[in-house]
Design a protein around this ligand. Structure first.
Ligand code: NAI
Length: 362
């Protein structure tokens, strides 16, 4: 897992360019195989990568279809392609993994490095996109949008139980003030909220400029009406919201997670809701992301191998609760952000084969 690699615990990417000794393959010869790619993206890539041997697969790259990447010089993947040690072993010609995402915890970057396979990511494509989704979750909960819409669809226009609350004047606690967290802060300003933040590496100048203050995690938990998580998954942030600190959370707070599921101990959200410490929860990410989309998945051996059944059942219980909304890791999914992802990924691949790799994470 990514968070085992302490060198990357800040999820920083090296954006400096450097000569890449392994890029002996010229762009004319380079074979690049794209996975998890939609129809419209294929033409978009083809137009921008003339001279490359390109192949496209809509499915994720895994052990079962690794033969499709066998002679690839580079693969471009999204988060559902788990690039494990075993998979890397099957791809001896591979020189570059261009993940079309910010997060890279689906790739064994240590193993890739050991095999001199560079991994590049897309450091920023959706700071506004994910921040907007964060506010979509917040507003959906604060204004009871799901219940309201379901009710009017049934032809019931009564207001009983639909009273929400204003964001103006409420305190939002932002955990992780990187690119997305800072955009959330700018949006929170627009809503006239009080802003506090916690970050292992505070941006003090930005705080002064924007008029928010950094506090300890405990103070953030006990003072925030809305807690929103924007830190990467690392050893330090794994279960940053845990059963131990759940009692410190302000009674009635809303918890939002659009970062990584592993930041929260799932069991504790259920307890927090039961004990009415949390009034509502909005999640775009789950602790074990192979959560149930179709019940048939439960029968698959692959699914059983990779998923913690206890966490899955807890998440299933979570999804069924009225005051919990879950979106399927969809925060990044806007038209504009997807184009930015492709643009950066194409640039990462081209620069690599020109000998000056960029956005390298290992
Ligand atoms: P970033 O790297 O710009 O910011 C992360 C911030 O977290 C930094 O300020 C860093 O100092 C801080 N941080 C690191 N360790 C910490 C710790 N131990 N305690 C508190 N803060 C700590 O990352 P960005 O672009 O803002 O993204 C944040 C996260 O959002 C990503 O790591 C990713 O997991 C998630 N993400 C989710 C998406 C989705 O579709 N749901 C899409 C894109 C990103």
């Amino acid at each position: 897992m990514f968070y085992e690699n302490k060198n990357f615990f800040r999820n920083e990417t090296k954006t400096t360019t450097f000569k890449n000794p392994k890029s002996i393959v010229t762009s004319k010869m380079a074979k690049v195989v794209f996975y998890e790619i939609e129809e419209w993206e294929k033409d978009y890539v083809r137009e921008r990568m003339p001279g490359y041997e390109l192949e496209f697969h809509e499915e994720k790259l895994d052990q079962n279809n690794s033969v499709t990447a066998r002679n690839a010089d580079a693969v471009a993947v999204f988060i559902y392609s788990e690039i494990t040690k075993e998979l890397l072993y099957k791809l001896p010609d591979l020189k570059l993994i261009a993940t079309m995402s910010t997060g890279f915890d689906h790739i064994d970057i240590k193993e890739a490095k050991g095999r001199s396979v560079l991994v590049s990511n897309v450091p920023s494509y959706g700071e506004n996109t994910v921040a907007e989704h964060t506010f979509a979750l917040i507003l959906t909960l604060s204004r009871k949008i799901v219940e309201s819409v379901e009710r009017t669809k049934r032809g019931d226009f009564s207001l009983d139980g639909l009273r929400g609350f204003d964001l103006k004047g409420k305190t939002i606690g932002v955990v992780g003030t990187g690119k997305i967290g800072k955009h959330v802060i700018r949006m929170a300003k627009g809503f006239e909220m009080n802003i506090i933040a916690y970050d292992a590496y505070p941006s003090n100048d930005y705080a002064e400029q924007m008029g928010y203050r950094y506090v300890s995690l405990d103070e953030l938990l006990s003072s925030s009406d809305i807690i929103t998580l924007h830190a990467p998954l690392t050893d330090q942030t794994h279960h940053i919201i845990s059963c131990q600190n759940m009692p410190k959370v302000k009674k009635g707070a809303i918890l939002i997670n659009t970062a990584r599921g592993g930041l929260i101990e799932t069991e504790c959200i259920i307890n927090g809701l039961k004990e009415k410490i949390l009034s509502a929860v909005g999640l775009d990410v789950l602790e074990d992301e192979c959560f149930i989309r179709e019940e048939k998945q439960l029968l698959a051996t692959e699914f059983l191998k990779t998923c913690d059944m206890k966490v899955i059942l807890q998440e299933h219980m979570l999804i069924d609760q009225d005051n919990v909304i879950v979106t399927p890791h969809n925060a990044f999914n806007s038209k504009e952000a997807l184009q930015r992802i492709l643009d950066t990924s194409i640039e990462n691949i081209k620069k690599f084969f020109e000998g000056t790799a960029v956005n390298v994470v290992n």
